[in-house]
Design a protein around this ligand. Structure first.
Ligand SMILES: *Cc1c(COP(=O)(O)O)cnc(C)c1O
Length: 432
């Protein structure tokens, strides 16, 4: 593919990642320079892109009673949590570890909600002592547990019940969470009984109701279906004498990986608020828990081509990033755009499977990509800001990547590359 030197082309869905002629830029810095300076594999985030999506959410909310709770599991790096905290966001955490992270990032605990299907006593106690806004409870047995821990801790527990609305978000099965056969939430048919039980438990304070139907959702319809079901339940539950202060409608808004056209935050929030108005519920306090749509297209994973090899059937580009760095392709067969940091003229372009060095056939990052490559070239895997570093592991004793935040023409290392010493820390050799 020939590139004219002055052509500047933003990549679809990635407002602050662009090609200037042959050179891929993150804000004002060439991706290849970042790779040379910090090494690979390297996660690079655009601060402007994160702030722009955070602001798009805040602008969409305007003065409506909608509170934003960033879903930490999408990307839990401290500096990113700090950025969002400074912009006034609260957080949705799913473990004691994530709670500790948001507190370390300066979050106000009263703007933190705690979700998750298997909270331990120790995690619940930490959340109560920190003074979180709400604990989203996922089962009748967890209600009992929460009541017991709240009693022994001496802090009444603010509670929402996560209801499984049994709607199909029409996304990948591993990331749909609001279907009857998922492990998440309390069945709609048990909801009234569960709220009745809450009222009997002395250490619980009922605050709201919660749903989260899945991730990478690219249509409004499933959200409105879930909201309708929630509002029907709210009607019944309040008729039973329970007052609900807020509706937590979860996260899940999709991003553009390939040619998806997900609703914008404004379209999502407007649609929810319009439906609430239409049903006479416009006064309700709403919580939203977006994760992927805040950070997903603000990040890239840079890697270097280690080896080019061909079998009888295929050409492989073996790179120095792998499924332990970016698990989405292996786990969900996810497609993410792959771009050369410095484009060549295309004369030697071939169809490559871009794979990592991990000893698993599932270790691929992109299949059948037309690229003109030499060993040593740097590739950028796009849309890697969410569920990238946060899901990274040390499989094959591979140190986790470093992370860099780009701000205009400046780059700050926000997480050091792990060392082999880090990986061996805490292990004890045999005693005899
Ligand atoms: C994962 C999750 C989210 C965020 O989902 P995204 O697809 O990243 O927006 C929100 N709420 C809960 C309870 C979750 O588990």
């Amino acid at each position: 593919m020939p590139h004219s030197p002055h052509l500047s082309e933003t990549l679809p869905g990635h407002p602050h990642i662009a090609r200037h002629g042959a050179t891929l830029m993150v804000e004002s810095l060439p991706a290849a320079e970042l790779a040379a300076r910090f090494g690979t594999p390297l996660y690079v985030y655009s601060r402007a892109a994160i702030e722009a999506s955070a602001r798009a959410y805040a602008d969409a909310v305007g003065d409506r009673p909608v509170a934003l709770r960033y879903a930490v599991k999408a990307n839990s790096s401290l500096a990113i949590l700090q950025l969002l905290s400074r912009l006034g966001w609260g957080f949705d955490v799913v473990s004691g570890g994530e709670l500790a992270r948001v507190l370390a990032a300066g979050a106000d605990a009263s703007q933190v909600v705690f979700s998750g299907v298997g909270k331990t006593d120790a995690e619940i106690e930490a959340a109560l002592r920190a003074g979180v806004q709400c604990i989203n409870v996922e089962s009748l047995s967890e209600l009992q547990r929460l009541n017991r821990v709240a009693g022994s801790t001496g802090v009444p527990a603010p509670v929402s019940l996560r209801i499984n609305p049994d709607v199909d978000p029409r996304t990948h099965p591993y990331i749909s969470t609001g279907l009857r056969n998922n492990k998440f939430g309390i069945a709609q048919s048990q909801a009234r009984q569960a709220y009745a039980q809450c009222m009997q438990l002395p250490h619980l304070r009922v605050l709201g109701i919660d749903v989260h139907i899945g991730s990478q959702i690219t249509e409004i319809g499933p959200y409105l279906d879930a909201l309708d079901r929630v509002l029907d339940l709210v009607h019944d539950i309040e008729r039973d004498g329970v007052r609900l202060h807020h509706l937590d409608l979860g996260g899940g808004l999709g991003i553009r990986y390939a040619d998806e056209t997900p609703p914008s935050p404004a379209q999502w929030i407007d649609a929810l608020c319009e439906r609430l108005q239409a049903r006479g519920q416009g006064h309700r306090q709403v919580l939203l828990e977006p994760g992927r749509s805040v950070v997903g297209n603000a990040g890239v994973l840079l890697c270097e081509v280690v080896t080019l090899k061909s079998s009888l059937e295929k050409h492989f580009a073996v790179v120095d990033a792998a499924m332990n760095d970016l698990m989405r392709p292996a786990l969900y067969e996810a497609w993410q755009r792959i771009e050369p940091a410095q484009a060549r003229d295309g004369a030697q372009a071939m169809h490559y499977d871009v794979v990592g060095p991990v000893c698993e056939s599932g270790d691929w990052l992109g299949r059948d990509r037309q690229l003109d490559l030499r060993e040593g070239d740097v590739l950028a895997i796009l849309s890697a800001g969410a569920y990238g570093m946060a899901m990274a592991s040390n499989y094959n004793t591979r140190p986790r990547a470093a992370e860099v935040l780009v701000d205009g023409g400046k780059a700050q290392l926000i997480r050091e590359r792990e060392s082999l010493q880090d990986l061996l820390r805490g292990e004890h050799p045999l005693q005899d």
